[in-house]
Design a protein around this ligand. Structure first.
Ligand code: UD1
Length: 422
């Protein structure tokens, strides 16, 4: 099973390039199912989630080809996924629901269940498709969608990222106009809309809470480079904020990272944006307050890395997790390393200023894994991070190598692909 050894690294300095965003690539790959023509993606990150999504597309009848960082997908005849078991390997498999319903008018999928960070139901996806006229039957963890789709007004009770993406994709081929209100505004959704527009979709309002999609008869192939990963960039920014170094995150889009950058700046990190990306200098010193919210609020995916930074500031930081119900699993491991963190429901109180000590820790989910790697950089001595399910490789392109490029002492000591993971 994958294992990493991380040693105290008091100074990070240098330049590192940010990879393409996992959360942009996955929906865009799903969108490739909307056309019979070829889709070409550049700068595709080498992540197990991306590999799993390509497996899923093949299971739906697509031909895929990857060469270096280029991925090609062509789906002449779209079928229901032949290997339903593949869908359980990844939450984002739910993103094929919209394209299948739109192009085939019928599909039968097994849905991934809850996962470590929360239950993650799909009721908003289902309600939205029903509004578009689909008949949806759910039983025993499977969902059957049938019927042709017609444009409609959809109000999302919560701005779910996945539901917004699924409904946009479904609406591109529906007959008539669809309006999604209280849509999620994440940059990855805007990126998906840019890609769909290149395919011939008619979409207005991407990146706002009101998205209007005028259905078209067919979509065509497209060639695209998705956006850089704001969560990877944010994780490396948090690593930099743990040390006195000076780091350049090449390709980082600061406009996508405002909420985090404000927190780091308030805490004492010097932040500069330039044409090459994001520069950070100095260490976070002052405690902070952060409440996770939908974009442009503070991202839940950055909560665990920011918490590690908070442990090394002077004073009491307050973090409130409002998006997922069980996203504090890293706290037990951080406290074993010497942190003083108390969790009260959704609230985490982080008493900074206590030195961390290296320990054997275990990764429970993707962002927790990254946070524990960062904690290892700040801790005295050696930290051994075991990642039984291979979470890190799902969402970070060799995080340990990127940290090493900045002077950190972090290596992967054991290979292994990890278990299939929800
Ligand atoms: C996406 C991201 C993930 C990020 C999350 C929140 C991808 C591949 N993943 O996940 O990294 O942490 O956004 O920013 O882009 N919910 C419902 N019913 C639904 C759908 C969602 O109650 O039908 C709830 C979820 O349980 C959760 C909240 O809404 O509590 C947010 O989920 P959502 O925005 O859908 O996240 P994902 O798209 O799964």
């Amino acid at each position: 099973m994958p294992q990493y050894r991380i040693c105290h690294s008091p100074r990070l300095s240098g330049e590192v390039e940010i990879s393409t965003a996992k959360n942009a690539v996955l929906p865009i790959l799903a969108a490739a199912l909307l056309t019979q023509e070829e889709v070409i993606l550049h700068q595709t990150p080498a992540l197990t989630d991306v590999r799993h999504m390509l497996d899923i597309l093949r299971s739906c009848g697509a031909e895929t080809e990857t060469e270096g960082k280029e991925a090609r997908v062509r789906c002449v005849a779209l079928t229901n996924p032949r290997n339903l078991g593949l869908l359980r390997t990844m939450r984002a498999s739910v993103l094929i629901l919209g394209p299948l319903a739109a192009r085939n008018g019928e599909c039968f999928l097994t849905m991934p269940g809850g996962c470590a960070i929360g239950q993650r139901p799909i009721d908003l996806h289902v309600k939205g498709l029903q509004k578009l006229g689909a008949k949806v039957e759910q039983e025993g963890g499977a969902v059957r969608v049938s019927g042709s789709l017609k444009g409609a007004n959809v109000y999302l009770d919560f701005p779910s990222v996945g539901a917004t993406e699924n409904l946009i994709m479904a609406a591109t081929l529906a007959q008539g106009v669809t309006r999604i209100e209280n849509a999620a505004k994440e940059p990855e959704i805007t990126d998906l809309c840019h890609f769909l527009t290149l395919m011939g979709a008619r979409i207005a309002g991407a990146g706002t809470a009101n998205i209007i999609i005028e259905g078209v008869e067919r979509l065509h192939g497209a060639e695209y480079t998705p956006i850089p990963d704001r969560i990877e960039a944010g994780t490396l920014a948090c690593a930099a904020a743990l040390t006195e170094g000076s780091v350049l995150l090449e390709r980082a889009r600061t406009g996508h990272m405002r909420a985090l950058l404000f927190k780091l700046a308030e805490s004492g990190v010097i932040i500069q944006e330039d044409s090459r990306g994001l520069r950070l200098r100095g260490k976070a010193r002052h405690p902070m307050e952060a409440r996770t919210l939908s974009y442009p609020g503070f991202p839940t995916d950055m909560q665990a890395p920011l918490m590690v930074v908070a442990t090394q500031t002077h004073g009491l930081s307050v973090i409130l997790e409002t998006i997922f119900e069980n996203r504090y699993m890293h706290v037990v491991e951080l406290n074993r390393m010497g942190a003083h963190i108390r969790v009260e429901g959704q609230l985490a109180l982080v008493q900074g200023g206590h030195a961390l000590n290296g320990a054997h820790v275990s990764a429970t989910d993707l962002r927790a894994a990254a946070a524990l790697m960062l904690a290892g950089l700040a801790a005295q001595g050696e930290t051994v991070l075991t990642d039984p399910a291979g979470h890190l490789m799902r969402g970070y392109e060799r995080l340990e190598e990127k940290l090493r490029a900045l002077g950190a002492d972090a290596v992967k000591v054991e290979e292994g692909s990890g278990r299939a993971n929800p």
